[in-house]
Write a protein that binds this ligand. Structure first.
Ligand code: AMP
Length: 116
């Protein structure tokens, strides 16, 4: 096992087993191990992009797919009507802990309104 791989890379390479909710050629989605709401799903690119600071024009399609998949999963999980929150944490002040870009899809209860 390459110890330099982050946990999400290990999930992608199946060295760490988790329930994959959705996967295609560009992105993968799975349940967050420490859910902050009844539905808490992470959507990640299949390639390593460490943070939102590291995206470039070549990633446009991947980023679009992440949102598209989030929207589709939200419908599948029946959280679309009442709504949900999409979060991407970036770097230290964004409280990012896993340095493999990921989108949080949070729903199933009302979030905190005045988040900031
Ligand atoms: P962030 O703070 O935005 O970097 O979020 C990282 C998220 O990854 C946290 O919500 C963790 O609970 C989640 N996480 C860490 N390890 C795993 C894992 N093995 N499987 C699923 N989610 C994980």
């Amino acid at each position: 096992m390459n110890s330099k791989e982050n946990i999400f890379q290990k999930i992608l390479s199946k060295k760490v087993i988790t329930d994959i909710i959705y996967q295609d050629n560009l992105v993968t989605a799975f349940n967050d191990i420490n859910p902050q709401s009844p539905v808490h799903i992470l959507i990640i690119p299949n390639i390593l992009i460490k943070t939102l600071n590291d995206i470039n024009n070549n990633h446009e399609f991947i980023l679009g797919r992440m949102l598209l998949v989030a929207s589709k999963i939200a419908k599948k999980k029946h959280i679309n009507k009442l709504g949900y929150r999409i979060v991407i944490n970036c770097n230290v002040h964004g409280c990012q802990t896993i340095f493999h870009l990921h989108m949080h899809l949070l729903g199933g209860r009302q979030g905190i309104k005045n988040f900031f």
